[in-house]
Design a protein around this ligand. Structure first.
Ligand SMILES: Nc1nc2c(ncn2[C@@H]2O[C@H](COP(=O)(O)OP(=O)(O)OP(=O)(O)O)[C@@H](O)[C@H]2O)c(=O)[nH]1
Ligand SMILES: [Mg+2]
Length: 461
């Protein structure tokens, strides 16, 4: 079945591309596209796009690409028309009328996978490339798109296949083929497991790159939370005033630290209140704090700590956080009297004037404070260890789950080996691991490995 869809984003632009893929792509395009020259493989041809009645929808280019050297592995025809949503839609309608079916989400990529144009991990990377919100995320997706993850996984599976062959030989010909030494089997399994453990470690960091870090700015009213948000963003995003309780709703924005996206939430000051609206704001602040990966706690460090400040400091002690004792330009009374738990807290000032007037810049000027806060976010969020984006990595929960299952099987195999149980008992575990890893790339090759191994088992075993 030939499918068709608009390939460019909705809205107006210079060009819109409507493409179709499938065995009838050329025949269908011929009904919709009129040109003086016939379409030739990989040559752009000028002509008219016409509707079912033969009326001209637009003039543009048609680009035919013959299977199998195409993105889907099927015949593909792209119609490049003017970038009007109406023209693109009319062109698509003409293709559908001429016999194409509207493509499902991801169907072009799915066909590419089915035609072995890319493996499953690369197909997932296609989606990641498109979704990337930062340069770092785009680069990370490219590493997998190039097939890096498949190479890693295939290497692990090949190592397992070698162990399985050896075991199978000994099972099959117990008199001729000696059992491989247990220690060697154990070491081989452990080596594969180490590689997977590294992938799992990178998974968390990779997720950070793709999804960004959620950061909630919390603290008592009037501490300077919104001032800090504005300073981090470099714009007057949130209202700042000397009235405690200025921020009511949660304000969300984003900025980057070390190329990592930080999704930041500025929240209402946390305090007990009788004001109904402020109460709602405080509830929202609390929820934002619960959901965030890292808390950025801001308290007024110039004054003795009040119960509200103590409460939020105590509440965030056991989680990743950054603590800023603010308003250093006014004094450090609160900072000096802080609890031992807050001894790694930052002390600074985010007051705009402090910077603009050059007031006591050496005493924690805004820029200096911001640099310290950014650095502390990197430490709390990813241990200051910027992810290596060029390495292949697990990019979805599905992939991470497959690796986790392989590692469980290894743990079981290791226990069997350690318990001096018969060596062939580890075979099922290793097969489970091979199959789980195969899910990552979508390889159907497990059948072959299964055949190779079980063909040598005698009946009843
Ligand atoms: N001197 C001094 N004043 C500051 C500093 N940071 C913020 N302020 C002032 O403190 C007041 C409160 O600042 P905000 O940023 O609105 O405080 P907030 O924590 O968002 O307050 P709520 O939204 O009410 O919870 C404003 O008048 C700011 O100008 C600082 O480092 N030094
Ligand atoms: Mg505020």
């Amino acid at each position: 079945m030939t499918i068709a869809a608009i390939a460019t984003p909705p809205g107006r632009g210079a060009i819109a591309i409507v493409r179709c893929s499938g065995p009838d792509a050329r025949a269908i395009a011929a009904r919709v596209f009129r040109s003086r020259e016939p379409l030739r493989d990989r040559v752009a041809t000028y002509g008219e796009v016409v509707d079912a009645d033969g009326a001209v929808i637009d003039r543009g280019l048609a680009l035919a690409m013959d299977a199998p050297r195409t993105v889907t592995g099927e015949d593909v025809v792209e119609l490049h028309v003017h970038g009007s949503p109406i023209v693109a839609r009319e062109t698509l309608r003409a293709l559908l009328h001429a016999g194409a079916r509207a493509a499902q989400p991801g169907e072009f990529t799915r066909r590419a996978f089915l035609n072995r144009k890319l493996d499953l991990s690369a197909a997932e990377a296609v989606a990641d490339v498109i979704d990337a919100e930062t340069r770092a995320a785009a680069r990370a997706a490219q590493a997998n798109l190039a097939g890096g993850l498949r190479a890693e996984v295939d290497k692990a599976r090949a190592a397992l296949a070698t162990i399985l062959e050896e075991l199978a030989g000994a099972i099959d010909y117990p008199d001729e083929v000696p059992e491989p030494p247990r220690a060697r089997v154990a070491a081989a399994v452990a080596a594969v497991d180490d590689g997977l453990a590294a992938l799992m470690r990178d998974w968390e960091r990779g997720r950070l790159v793709r999804e960004g870090l959620s950061l909630a700015i919390v603290g008592p009213p009037n501490a300077g939370k919104s001032s800090l948000l504005n300073a981090l963003l470099g714009e007057e995003r949130a209202i700042v005033s000397e009235i405690a309780g200025t921020t009511r709703d949660v304000i969300e924005d984003r900025f980057a630290v070390d190329g990592v996206l930080v999704r930041v939430l500025d929240t209402a000051g946390l305090r007990a209140t009788d004001d109904a609206i402020e109460r709602i704001g405080v509830d929202r602040a609390q929820r934002a704090l619960d959901a965030a990966a890292v808390a950025l706690v801001v308290v007024d460090g110039a004054r003795p700590l009040d119960p509200d400040a103590r409460a939020v400091l105590a509440r965030t002690r056991n989680r990743p956080r950054v603590v800023l004792f603010n308003k250093r330009d006014l004094g450090t009374t609160g900072y000096a009297a802080r609890d031992p738990e807050e001894h790694d807290a930052l002390c600074g000032s985010v007051l705009r004037q402090a910077q603009d007037d050059g007031v006591r810049a050496q005493d924690g000027g805004t820029e200096e404070t911001l640099a310290a806060v950014r650095h502390a976010i990197a430490l709390a969020g990813w241990h200051g260890d910027t992810p290596d984006l060029t390495r292949p990595h697990l990019a979805s929960a599905r992939q991470a789950d497959a690796v986790a299952r392989a590692r469980e099987a290894f743990a079981h195999a290791a226990a069997t080996l350690a318990a001096d149980e018969p060596l062939d008992l580890v075979v099922p575990d290793l097969l489970v691991a091979v199959a789980s890893l195969g899910e990552i790339t979508g390889a159907a090759a497990t059948e072959a490995i299964l055949d190779g191994v079980f063909a040598r088992f005698c009946i009843g075993k």
